[in-house]
Design a binder for this molecule. Structure first.
Ligand code: UDP
Ligand code: MG
Length: 319
């Protein structure tokens, strides 16, 4: 099978028939063998009924329905497991992404050898203040922290070589960072294609202000886990060691200094608690010890993780 089109959706009943017909038109015009995988993420409207109807009249349509709303990333993950195509193309269900982009995206994977091609909504039809501006900031920050520089990291329209989606896992709200996840798994040949964008025709956006808090937190988690997930002690231990050392030497200096005054200068030393260094020494040693403990606990957890020795092997030769 050439292409799996994966569409996560939540309450998008008005858009589905139109989207389906448009995709079929593109697939037939290019003679692709294909499937369309709709993942109904616990919709409360008639979305599932419509998917059933589409599936009854078009055998290329598959549907998966969640019992409740789990989020876009969950929908993508389940569809990635189910997808059969050599190239997997994801798109939003709200008709903001255009199926006319599919042939070019497909060709970039198959002919140009990209692992992943991300859409870039260069001209974007969303609210300037709640979407476009934050998105620019978000892409710049993500590029800076992750080293993956894309103009539109979270574009719903993306194409993947089969290996990629079979090797990665998207959970929580990590759909925002799939290129980073893919790159961390070793799929670094990532391309970008300028895509047409439209204003939302029906329904409303499903992502509110919460994304401004959860997005950055997820970025921190991803960066941390990909770097130290298998060796957490190196992170906690190095900061812990630094803090403890500062505290230890500060305390040592305080003691030695006091002894020196008493023994050699025969003076009356002020109490150690009068010096700010006393408090610095105390907190540094306490925090340093805490970090070590956190490191040991994290290391125990990492050692028990079932994938502590899971690596993606690209090629092998010999018996
Ligand atoms: N979506 C989903 N589950 C959710 C939220 C959204 O499957 O919990 C789908 C939604 O139906 C749409 C896509 O994810 O197909 C993108 O959502 P939306 O268009 O609301 O995001 P925006 O374009 O406003 O960023
Ligand atoms: Mg949308």
């Amino acid at each position: 099978m050439d292409i799996s089109v994966v569409i996560p959706l939540f309450n998008e009943e008005e858009s589905l028939p139109e989207l389906h017909d448009w995709i079929v038109k593109v697939m037939d015009a290019n003679r692709y063998s294909y499937e369309i995988v709709f993942v109904d993420d616990g919709s409360k409207d008639k979305s599932w009924k419509i998917i059933e109807g589409l599936s009854a009249k078009n055998k290329h349509v598959r549907g998966i329905k969640f019992r409740r709303n789990y989020g876009k990333a969950a929908g993508l993950n389940v569809a990635f497991e189910a997808a059969l195509g050599d190239v997997v193309i994801t798109m939003d269900a709200d008709l903001q992404d255009s199926p006319d982009e599919i042939p070019e995206l497909y060709s970039m994977i198959v002919n140009d050898g990209f692992d992943l091609v991300s859409g870039w909504k260069k001209k974007r039809y969303d609210n300037a203040f709640t979407k476009n501006l934050p998105s620019k900031l978000y892409n710049a920050t993500t590029g800076w922290i992750s080293g993956i520089k894309l103009h539109d990291m979270n574009c719903g329209l993306k194409a993947y070589r089969r290996d990629v989606i079979k090797s990665i896992e998207v959970y929580g709200e990590m759909h925002r960072y799939i290129p980073v996840i893919a790159a961390r798994a070793g799929f670094t040949n990532i391309g970008e294609k300028v895509v047409q964008h439209q204003a939302r025709k029906y329904g409303v956006s499903k992502f509110g202000m919460g994304r401004f808090i959860r997005g950055p937190l997820d970025l921190l988690s991803i960066s941390f886990v990909s770097k130290f997930g298998k060796r957490p002690m190196h992170f906690f231990g190095s900061i812990g060691m630094l803090m403890f050392t500062i505290g230890f030497f500060a305390a040592l200096w305080l003691g030695v200094h006091k002894l020196w005054i008493v023994l050699y200068e025969h003076g009356v030393a002020e109490r150690v608690t009068a010096s700010p260094w006393f408090y610095i020494a105390l907190t540094s040693m306490v925090i340093g010890t805490q970090l070590f403990l956190a490191g040991f606990l994290a290391e125990l957890i990492a050692r028990n993780s079932p994938d502590r020795n899971t690596y993606l092997i690209e090629k092998e030769i010999g018996e």
